[in-house]
Design a protein around this ligand. Structure first.
Ligand SMILES: NC(=O)c1ccc[n+]([C@@H]2O[C@H](COP(=O)([O-])OP(=O)(O)OC[C@H]3O[C@@H](n4cnc5c(N)ncnc54)[C@H](O)[C@@H]3O)[C@@H](O)[C@H]2O)c1
Length: 249
């Protein structure tokens, strides 16, 4: 991935999937933009990577705001000259049951998990189309395929199912420009989202996983990095499960 420039949203969380993805892409030689609502967290991750000799920079972004996304994209184009890879990873989950979901909570999940993916994709596409190359990987979830059942409930499942449909439709539209769009659907992965689960619920869910354990963020990152690589150039509109066998389809 030498000379590739990658934006990873939601990569400023210490134990998150985004950070693991940013590390993996940086190790493979890409210059990585750690973009997160949590600017401090983004800068800490970028510093960690720079200390290891990798190319990384932390940037604040709020994926619910098109203005904020445009500002990020302009800054990256100015500083790095191009954008080759976009990983739409920023996301939140809530375990609220349907009858208790407020309109605000519903809208918040859609604004981050779904509209954020659309706006970030739309913002980077002109530059990818111009150069005739791009890799976009969207982080969905097993919840979007089987209807929740791990941590997030109906609104979360709806956003993550939406990400799968969006990715495929986008993949069709931009394939002619050398741009691929794929999704990765993780199962139960050890991050800040899932450590909040009640221990009994966690145990119950883990028992159902054929591999009998939760996954590591690095195991999701490896798949994302593959889809973002040159080698994956003939894969588009695909969704890859990283779930220990919890859902086989
Ligand atoms: N952990 C799991 O088991 C699991 C399973 C399936 C899918 N996922 C998905 O993986 C992705 C990463 O989740 P994680 O588990 O690493 O969680 P995490 O909470 O560790 O990371 C999410 C990151 O998104 C950032 N973020 C939140 N709102 C934002 C906004 N408006 N703009 C920019 N950044 C924002 C947060 O600051 C945080 O750094 C999410 O899309 C999540 O839905 C996680």
């Amino acid at each position: 991935m030498k000379n590739r420039v990658a934006i990873v949203t939601g990569a400023g969380s210490e134990r998150g999937i985004g950070k693991a993805i940013a590390c993996k892409l940086a190790k493979k030689g890409a210059a990585v933009i750690i973009a997160d609502l949590n600017e401090k967290g983004a800068n800490i991750v970028a510093e960690e990577l720079k200390e290891k000799g990798y190319k990384a920079v932390g940037k604040e972004v709020d994926v619910t705001s098109r203005k904020s996304i445009d500002h990020l994209v302009e800054a990256v184009r100015h500083d790095f000259g191009k954008i080759d890879i976009l990983i739409n990873n920023a996301g939140i989950a809530r375990p609220t049951k349907i009858l208790e979901i407020s309109e605000e909570e519903w809208d918040l999940l859609f604004a981050i998990n779904m509209r954020g993916v659309f706006h970030c994709t739309q913002a980077v596409l002109p530059s990818m189309i111009e150069q005739g190359f791009g890799r976009i990987v969207n982080i969905s979830s097993i919840a979007g395929k089987q209807g929740g059942g791990v941590f997030g409930t109906s609104h979360y499942a709806a956003t993550k199912a939406g990400v799968l449909g969006f990715s495929k439709a986008a993949a069709r539209e931009v394939a002619e420009y050398g741009i691929t769009v794929n999704s990765v659907a993780p199962g139960l992965i050890d991050t800040d989202i899932t450590v909040g689960m009640a221990p009994e619920l966690r145990e119950e869910k883990t028992k159902l996983i054929p591999l009998k354990r939760s996954g590591f963020p690095q195991e999701v990152a490896a798949t994302v990095a593959f889809l973002a690589s040159n080698e994956a150039g003939y894969i588009t509109g695909e969704e890859i499960d990283v779930n220990g066998g919890l859902l086989m389809d």
